[in-house]
Design a protein around this ligand. Sequence first.
Ligand code: MRU
Length: 367
Amino acid sequence: MSAQPPYETLSWKSPAGASPFEELRGGRLTLIDQTRLPAEFLLMTCKTSEDVWRAIKQLSVRGAPAIGIAAAYGVCLGIQPLFAGANRPTRGDLIAAVEKTAAYLATSRPTAVNLFWALDRMKARAAAMPDAESDRIAAALMSEAKTIHDEDRLLCRRIGRFGANLIKDGDTLLTHCNAGALATADYGTALGVFYAAQEAGKKISVYADETRPLLQGARLTAWELAAHGIDVTLICDSMAAMLMRRKKIDAVFVGADRIAANGDVANKIGTYSVAVAARAHGVPFYVAAPFSTFDLTLSDGSQIPIEQRDPEEIRRGFGRQTAPDGIKIYNPAFDVTPAELVSGIVTEKGVITPVDAGEIRRFIQTE
Ligand code: MRU
């Protein structure tokens, strides 16, 4: 993988020309280790499902779609040892290993629904082959993980094209966190909209919120947009409202980790404040996300599980002590933006607007 775009956030390395079964048996998952950016562009290799779990938990791979893709490959790594020897596992043993690995990977992070969506797809693929031998099921699981990965490349470009129609030549845009190539297979959702606008010949500039406390905006979005040749300016999170008041922002685009049936959107902590500021200043606030980020089992955003992260991320972010020992720290990784603050949700099938339960149901069910 190269540090220059287009780069892949993750890739499955396996013997060239191998059958899907051989690909699974000899393959490894390679990731860009996002914890090292922007100082270093380093790859890490996951050889086991435990490696994938750790990579997700410690944010080496992060962003809702990328987490889902990594987890799908994690299932392949979880069943790999069953095929190491000369003997093949029984179908029952294989299904049990798939279920166990999926349940384990599901404990890595709670908020991004793409993780559970991808694991459910893997389990369903195995369950749909009741009469098959374990080799064939393993091959099908490898194909399914690759399909989830390939589909994401396609979806992001579709989202990009629909979202680019909302942008005018000369616009200045704001984004929060990183919903770019690093958060997906390779193009991004919210940042994919910017890439598509640029590819369509529109001149744009972007303000990137630094995104406290782990600085995905500073470390990842600023790096990624600059690498794509987009005019990007980094700001502290607390500066966005002031820029809106000064009429410096034409629209906001962010990604999402989970969208409830009524259109409430969970995304990186701080997104809600941006949406409130946007509404107060008459700035359109758009969310870009694929259908796999919708969770129609939840009627509203109050039911979305919000990840609480280690207080040390705030007390000693990046190794330097910035808060007293022993002080109480509250560190939710996400917040929920109510649907009424969202001007539209840009999906792979078009823009959902107005954002409400009826329109979302109609949009998703008729596609
Ligand atoms: O904690 P992170 O870095 O995984 O949070 C990521 C976000 O909140 C992204 O905005 C979201 O996953 C959308 S990615 C296309």
